[in-house]
Design a binder for this molecule. Structure first.
Ligand code: ZNH
Length: 141
């Protein structure tokens, strides 16, 4: 559960991302695939080096879903149910990949937002994304 202050910080960070979903998302995927090459195995259809259009398009879809989560902090499970089913039952992404994505996300935010991305915002954002990952991985069995 996020405190009132953490919610405010999550919303503040989202305000800085909103409008740049594709760019931030593409950079996040590029970092993920480069720093943790094993994550690339889930995206064979992107080829050995995904082109920019593919990164931008999947990056945008991923970050738009994060935006939906930001709007439904009280109701993450319901808001993300279709995506949870997709990741658990169709994509079968190993849950150990989620912390890798969360880490890359924070590096992308820090590198773009610099001093605007305060330590408190990072803490709140980490907690928020971990909550999203819990929901996206709890359908596994
Ligand atoms: Zn994921 C897909 C989100 C994580 C892998 N995804 C997806 C989508 C979205 C997402 C929105 C789209 C859907 C549709 O189309 O319907 N993810 C997401 C989020 C997260 C994630 C939000 C966290 C936070 N994923 C993830 C991980 C991985 C993945 C970690 C691995 C590594 N996804 C994936 C895949 C896919 C997806 C493979 C499919 C793609 C295509 O189809 O192209």
């Amino acid at each position: 559960m996020l405190s009132a202050q953490e919610r405010a910080q999550v919303a503040q960070v989202w305000d800085l991302i909103a409008g740049h979903e594709a760019a931030f998302g593409a950079e996040l995927l590029l970092r993920l695939f480069t720093v943790y090459p094993s994550t690339k195995t889930y995206f064979p259809h992107l080829g050995p080096c995904a082109d920019e259009a593919q990164l931008l398009s999947h990056g945008r879809r991923m970050l738009e879903a994060v935006g939906v989560a930001v709007q439904h902090l009280d109701n993450l499970r319901a808001a993300l149910r279709p995506l949870a089913d997709l990741h658990a039952q169709v994509l079968r992404v190993d849950p150990s990949n989620f912390p890798l994505l969360i880490q890359c996300f924070q590096v992308v935010l820090a590198s773009h937002l610099q001093d605007e991305f305060t330590v408190e915002m990072q803490a709140a954002w980490d907690k928020f994304l971990t909550g999203v990952a819990v929901v996206l991985t709890e359908k596994y069995r």
